[in-house]
Design a protein around this ligand. Sequence first.
Ligand SMILES: [Cu+2]
Length: 175
Amino acid sequence: MIKSRVCVAFIAAITTMLIVTRPGVAHDPEIRIDNAWVKGMPPSVMNTAAYMDVTNMSERMITIVAAESSVAEHVELHTMETVDGVMRMAQLPSIEINPGETVLFEPGGLHVMLIGLTRELQTDGHVNISLVLANGDRYHTRAIVKHPMDMDADDKGSHKGSHKGSHKGSHKGSH
Ligand SMILES: [Cu+2]
């Protein structure tokens, strides 16, 4: 009797270990994150944005409800919208992705907003970013930091002046 109880406890412990040691998610991955990168900023700029491709690998719609990163005090899901001819950022409560669909987080569109950077981002360094799904699963990615002058030509500083001017000067002063 005691023996079988010990055995059950042992199996339970092993099972717990297996679940805990699996990184993040205990079933087939629902999303895949590719090409993650962060816009590098001069040290004086406290906010920046991260971009990536997110593919829904599952057969049902998934919902991203939050993003997390240790390099910023606040992390938000943002998009760009045009109001009265002026492009500005808007926070999104969630982002839905249909089965098989890839949603692009890219300059001028969806982005993960990193607000209040807690450390300086080194060009070619990495930033850990997690996406949180509605079911509580977290998916981690390592985003590479691009130099501020190294951005795609089509970016054209679309963030400039938004967020109450916090991005102002982000394209000034190349190193
Ligand atoms: Cu933003």
